[in-house]
Design a protein around this ligand. Sequence first.
Ligand SMILES: NC(=O)c1ccc[n+]([C@@H]2O[C@H](COP(=O)([O-])OP(=O)(O)OC[C@H]3O[C@@H](n4cnc5c(N)ncnc54)[C@H](OP(=O)(O)O)[C@@H]3O)[C@@H](O)[C@H]2O)c1
Length: 359
Amino acid sequence: MKIAVYGASGYTGRLVAAELRRRGIEAVLSGRDAGRLRETAYGLGGAEVRPAGAEDPHALTTVFRGCDAVINCASPFTAFGLGVVGAAVAAGCHYVDTSAEQEFLAGVFERFAGEAQRAGVAVVPAIGYDILPGDFVAHLAGTAIEPVEELVVAYDLNNFGMTRGTLRSAYEMLNGTQLGYTDGVWNRSPRPARRTAVRFPGETDEAPVMAWPGCEVVTVPRHVQTRNVEVVINAAAATPEFSQLLQAPPETAARVIDALPEGPAEHERTAATFTVLAEAVSADGRLARALIRGYDVYGSTAVMAVEGARRLVAGGDRTGVLSPAQAFDIADFLKFLSAHGFSYETQVAASRDSITAQA
Ligand SMILES: NC(=O)c1ccc[n+]([C@@H]2O[C@H](COP(=O)([O-])OP(=O)(O)OC[C@H]3O[C@@H](n4cnc5c(N)ncnc54)[C@H](OP(=O)(O)O)[C@@H]3O)[C@@H](O)[C@H]2O)c1
């Protein structure tokens, strides 16, 4: 099995390349800068390097040809990601990425559904910590009590240090067009979050939460019969510095981000923990919850992206553009993740007040 990593010289790309090495999967390192790719290959103890610019679809297709899958980690995805998807499909490769940008994700579903099917490949964007677990838990909670009236995916993050790449993507996303899913339709002017507080399991108090332009808004209505989808994050995750950065003009924000360290050091990275909780309420008032807990946002993203790409190549029977919950056997993928320190549970109750642990 041979898998290309596009953006292999970045913080996440290097983790993905290292994970491929750890899994014994042959990696092709690609990206715009040959020198940085060679450095990455050297750090790994050797790997094939094939440079190509994101703006050159012909060169990209040539680079991807002969690979079984492409893992795209180059960002911002909204800026040039669609070209990388197109080249992967044209080269006959399965495709996954670490994006979490709504506009890009919606564009992938719109543009490549038919093309990917005709090429006999699967395209599964947003396969990192954000949003594979969120898409999974939303499916588990939602399908337990369909039809769903209100589905909320809530993120609780601790000790999370963002990379420069994440900050650039977050700036684009939070200052760009945001998508909502309300009363059964997608819209470009989402309402303010209805949920302003969430009690995360294991906590005694409710935590204040704020709306987040999560990609579950794009994916979940494709596999759960629901009228509303909302994504929120623990408000404590938005530090004053982060909020200030979001309000800065683009040139100032770019300068500030460029001057920051590339991303958290390994000991800081692995100290990050997260809970992703989905709460679904049916029209007749039943409640279902599912949650996943994990750690190391960037390291686990590499684990999920490599395992996802590997499964697409090994399985090979699903084609088109798919969300993580549509592409994979959820129970089996979660079993795999539990060997990497993830835990998960699902609960269904007759009403909001009588939730009973089921697993
Ligand atoms: N969803 C999740 O859970 C999750 C988890 C991890 C990361 N991510 C996302 O993954 C993305 C990458 O993050 P990161 O921390 O790895 O960022 P990073 O360290 O800044 O790496 C960005 C990569 O993109 C490449 N790149 C930038 N502009 C390019 C262009 N115009 N043409 C071609 N390549 C270009 C860079 O190439 P050079 O090395 O040549 O500059 C580098 O390889 C971000 O969007 C981040 O939010 C998401």
